[in-house]
Design a protein around this ligand. Structure first.
Ligand code: ATP
Ligand code: MG
Ligand code: MG
Length: 355
């Protein structure tokens, strides 16, 4: 079995490594500090856990490696401008957007798009960083360097946020999980709920959109598509050419996790459609110190990343899976007392989904 090198050594690389273990696949997450002599990269398949990887002599070797899967796709998705242009070219629905060229175009933008706009850095933003929510009376908050380096989009008054995670192999076979409902707070994913009996119309719509994208890019592996749901229509927010936070529930709520699915796809292993047998809830642990009591709740699967705890930083997640929604809801009520008070709205949101 070929080994896999992952560009980036954060939690996604760590969970890819964990998923490879039972299958006998050696996965080596590669950070800035790794000595190339310690891993068999010449003979490995190369993948990435981030769109833009740290620039070191070793990651440069890997980025030029013949077996770097999706090498040419990363730059397209890493830049919000080329990503949006891709959607437009494929006639896929998104929030209306423009390039933020200079300060004179604000009146036109408010006029053409909406009176609430979201400015987003073209590259490097994540967890809502590098974004400004702008109305006509507060355009000064947008820093000078944003002009020419950002796009601006219409704020969508969505009914909910959802993501679709799918995978495609070299032969063009594609498989998908059910749409996941996501709750964000201050631009960062706080909680996800996934259910096997998802709305068929939305699921079909989402699968058609993601299939179109993966096929166009001749993409191999797991890709995530974040959407806004407005009525019975989906608008694409953004893509992630990798395993994704909103798919973490698949570790405990699907017959094949997104991490294993990615390894299967890039290693040309069988790629059946993952079976999702019950409802799952994923709670992101953001800036929260390790709390042993989480483990007293029998439904909780704790995934702790062993990172230094800092405010706003994702340091772990809890997965809860059960077919009995009352049990799930009860577990969430118990967790309320073991999580900071700002989790209350996310917990209530999830409990409503479970009714
Ligand atoms: P991620 O960590 O998912 O990569 P990001 O920093 O790339 O996040 P986005 O996904 O673009 O940022 O936005 C973060 C969140 O901000 C969205 O999930 C949504 O809640 C809100 N948001 C972004 N764009 C819009 C929009 N056009 N209209 C309404 N809300 C938006
Ligand atoms: Mg993003
Ligand atoms: Mg996002």
């Amino acid at each position: 079995m070929k080994s896999v090198c992952v560009l980036g050594n954060g939690q996604l690389g760590r969970m890819l490594r964990q998923a490879g273990e039972p299958l006998g696949i050696d996965v080596y997450p590669v950070g800035l500090d790794l000595d190339p002599a310690t891993i068999p990269y010449q003979n490995s398949i190369i993948t990435a856990e981030i769109e833009r990887c740290p620039d070191t002599p070793f990651t440069q070797i890997l980025a030029q490696h013949q077996a770097f899967i999706n090498r040419d796709v990363f730059p397209i998705i890493a830049d919000r401008l080329t990503q949006k242009q891709l959607f437009d070219r494929l006639h896929l629905p998104t929030a209306a957007w423009r390039i933020l060229e200079h300060a004179d175009i604000w009146p036109t933008l408010f006029n053409q798009l909406s009176n609430l706009l979201i400015v987003k850095s073209r590259v490097g933003g994540y967890d809502g960083r590098g974004q400004w929510r702008v109305t006509a009376d507060c355009v000064e908050q947008v820093p000078l360097e944003a002009y020419q380096s950002c796009i601006v989009e219409q704020a969508i008054n969505f009914d909910g946020e959802m993501s679709l995670i799918g995978a495609r192999n070299r032969q063009g076979k594609m498989v998908f999980y059910p749409l996941t409902h996501n709750f964000h707070q201050a631009g960062i994913l706080k909680m996800s709920v996934a259910q096997p009996d998802v709305d068929a119309t939305l699921q079909r719509q989402a699968q058609t959109m993601l299939s179109t994208i993966m096929t166009e890019l001749d993409y191999i592996g797991v890709m995530a598509m974040e959407c806004f749901a407005v009525g019975d229509k989906l608008l694409i927010n953004e893509l992630a050419p990798r395993v994704h936070n909103s798919g973490h529930w698949t570790q405990n709520g699907a017959s094949i996790s997104q991490f294993e699915l990615h390894l299967r796809a890039i290693l040309d292993l069988p790629l059946p459609s993952p079976d999702v047998f019950s409802t799952s809830v994923m709670v992101n642990l953001i800036g929260t110190p390790y709390h042993q009591d989480w483990l007293s709740e029998p439904l909780v699967h704790l995934h702790w990343y062993n990172k230094e705890v800092r405010a706003g930083r994702k340091v772990g997640h809890l997965n809860l899976t059960h077919q009995d929604h009352e049990r799930l809801s009860h577990s969430l009520s118990t967790l309320r007392t073991m999580l900071p008070s700002d989790y209350l709205s996310a917990i209530e949101w999830a409990q409503e989904k479970l009714l």
